[in-house]
Design a protein around this ligand. Structure first.
Ligand code: PMP
Length: 416
């Protein structure tokens, strides 16, 4: 699985030697252990631009009031910001209607919501997931009584679509797969995954946690049935996420949690429920967070997601090229990563060095990478690894960051 590659950046890619928008991210100019921070843990969470943090402070200082509840000025202003945010999300992912945009706490809650509501609508059945799913696309289905069928992965890190086609049975309730793997960085062929599922009459859930920050996603073109992503991975605040669902499918699901805002009328004998999307949004939403997410999405749109994608793709290619030159380096699925035009994370191990040791020593050099199983234990078993080191990129990263990482790894190698 570790083909040695030496790939120059695609010729047409403009390189942003200084990264994009670095000056907007104050945290990037701090030091750790007296060294300049090199932040390469963006798949876990991205740093936040000034614009996002200032929007939150501004709303708390100037427009804070609970949404949807008050007739007073501030409440209407906060409600407007919250509902405008819903429309910004709709536009960003190109959904048909704001009724299809449900605010959640993140990708994890979005998938839990779906699994729970689908189970309440009809108990049991099977859900097809892939061998490279994050735990948040495995455990919610198990908790809600679904049996998992797994799309196998080849040694090159590709999903085996022939095997996938054989997994459907009359019991199949959904297919749920990541668009981009948070470990391997590969972009899965979701167009084919969706069309095969639809040919069996089965709806598809796409985990967009690792795709939405790096590439254009378009609900109408993709034709998935549900799609989830997290604000904090796309320069927005923590605690906010989105579940998109086709209106006619959401309409058939029972509510998720009970409480304020999700009801139409309540009595001790009988309760009726609100319209979409509020039916799935019990309680006070994180309206400061949703507004700040919209500011983050506007920030991304202002630069252009295609520009960001090309820059990050250049970084991914450059990282594979630089890291493959290091003695004992094992990069996971580099060929598929390159072929899938990914701007995703790069996972690796160095022969003879434990991933945790490597991560800890890189940290002392000011380099933040992720180590461990990345919440994808079944994938680790498939790779025969206990864990990996993962470097993941954002718009503000530079080729120089990757040079620092490569030099850091070489330094650690000399110590062992
Ligand atoms: N799916 C994938 C592919 C992820 O990378 C992550 C975050 N690591 C999640 C789901 C869960 O996202 P969150 O923790 O923001 O809910």
């Amino acid at each position: 699985m570790n083909a040695k590659v030496n790939t120059p950046a695609p010729a047409s890619v403009p390189t942003f030697a200084d990264g994009i928008g670095r000056a907007d991210f104050p945290i990037l100019s701090r030091t750790v252990y007296g060294r300049p921070l090199v932040y390469l843990d963006n798949a876990a969470t991205t740093q936040k631009p000034r614009q996002v943090v200032e929007a939150m402070v501004d709303e708390y200082y100037n427009a804070n009031a609970n949404v949807h509840r008050g007739v007073h000025y501030l409440s209407r202003q906060a409600t407007d910001l919250h509902e405008q945010a819903r429309d910004t999300v709709r536009q960003f992912i190109h959904a048909r209607s704001t009724t299809e945009i449900i605010f959640t706490r993140g990708t994890t809650e979005a998938i839990n919501l779906l699994a729970s509501c689908m189970a309440r609508r009809k108990q049991g059945g099977e859900v097809i997931v892939s061998a490279m799913e994050h735990h948040s696309n495995i455990v919610p289905w198990q908790l809600n009584g679904f049996k998992l069928k797994v799309i196998p992965m080849t040694d090159e890190g590709e999903l085996d679509l022939d095997a996938y086609d054989t997994l459907f049975t009359p019991e199949t309730r959904a297919v749920s797969v990541a668009q981009v793997s948070n470990v391997l960085g590969v972009v899965n062929p979701i167009d084919r995954i969706i069309s095969i599922a639809h040919s069996h009459g089965v709806p598809v859930v796409i985990d967009g946690a690792q795709s939405t920050p790096h590439m254009a996603v378009d609900m109408i073109e993709m034709d998935c049935d549900y799609f989830a992503f997290s604000s904090h991975k796309i320069y927005g605040p923590t605690g906010v996420g989105v579940l998109y669902g086709k209106e006619q499918l959401l309409d058939q699901l029972p509510p998720y949690q009970g409480g304020g805002e999700m009801i139409r009328n309540v009595s001790f004998d009988h309760t009726t429920f609100n319209d979409l999307p509020y039916r799935f949004e019990a309680g006070t939403p994180d309206y400061i967070g949703t507004h700040a997410l919209a500011v983050a999405l506007d920030y991304v749109s202002g630069i252009g997601i295609e520009t960001i994608h090309r820059h990050e793709q250049d970084l991914t290619h450059y990282a594979i090229e630089r890291l493959s030159q290091i003695q004992g380096m094992h990069i996971y699925a580099p060929d598929t990563l390159l072929a899938s035009a990914s701007a995703g994370p790069v996972s690796f191990n160095i022969r003879g060095i434990h991933h945790l040791d490597l991560g800890t020593l890189l940290d002392r050099l000011g380099i933040a990478v992720r180590t461990g199983h990345h919440c994808a234990e079944p994938l680790m078993h498939r790779l025969g690894a206990e864990g990996t080191v993962r470097a993941s990129f954002a718009l503000y990263n530079t080729r120089a960051d990757i040079d620092t990482l490569a030099a850091g790894i070489e330094r650690v190698c000399h110590m062992f």
